[in-house]
Design a binder for this molecule. Structure first.
Ligand SMILES: [Zn+2]
Ligand SMILES: [Zn+2]
Length: 149
């Protein structure tokens, strides 16, 4: 898994800054798309939620997001199929656990091959890559929809 090699500390001002950081990741497949994870559950009305608790396991390549205000779970790709019950991410710097999440995707002509899950601490702006997942030719549109619905 690539994430073990990405350890430099960064901060991001906002989610756009986080997306830039993701696009600049080196030593991994080229990032062709980035998407800000959103929970569009009906409970949020017209304002999708973008603050999450994140459980991720870099060894197993699984990740699950749970929106702060509703706890609605969002499994990244097929993480539920080989879930390892990782603990909730907390910021290395300030130790709180609420994050904004950007997923970077490597796709080839609309077929997603790989993704990486990155977080920005909403308190101090610290950025971290949590896990990457090798995809078995997932349609990129499905992946984008699943992350934003
Ligand atoms: Zn929600
Ligand atoms: Zn922090």
């Amino acid at each position: 898994m690539v994430m073990r090699t990405i350890g430099n500390r960064h901060t991001a001002e906002d989610t756009e800054d986080l997306a830039v950081w993701v696009r600049d990741l080196k030593g991994c497949p080229e990032i062709t798309q980035t998407v800000l994870a959103m929970c569009g559950h009906a409970a949020h009305g017209d304002e999708p939620a973008s603050w999450f608790y994140v459980e991720a396991d870099a060894e197993a390549g699984v990740a699950r997001l749970r929106c702060l205000s509703g706890g609605h779970p969002k499994d990244v790709h097929d993480s539920a199929d080989h879930w390892t019950f990782p603990g909730v991410w907390s910021c290395n710097s300030c130790h709180q656990s609420i994050a904004e999440v950007v997923v970077g995707i490597h796709d080839e002509a609309g077929t997603a091959k790989w993704l990486v899950v990155a977080v920005r601490c909403v308190e101090c702006g610290d950025v971290a890559g949590l896990t990457d997942i090798v995809l078995n030719d997932a349609p990129v549109d499905d992946l984008l929809a699943a992350l934003t619905l």
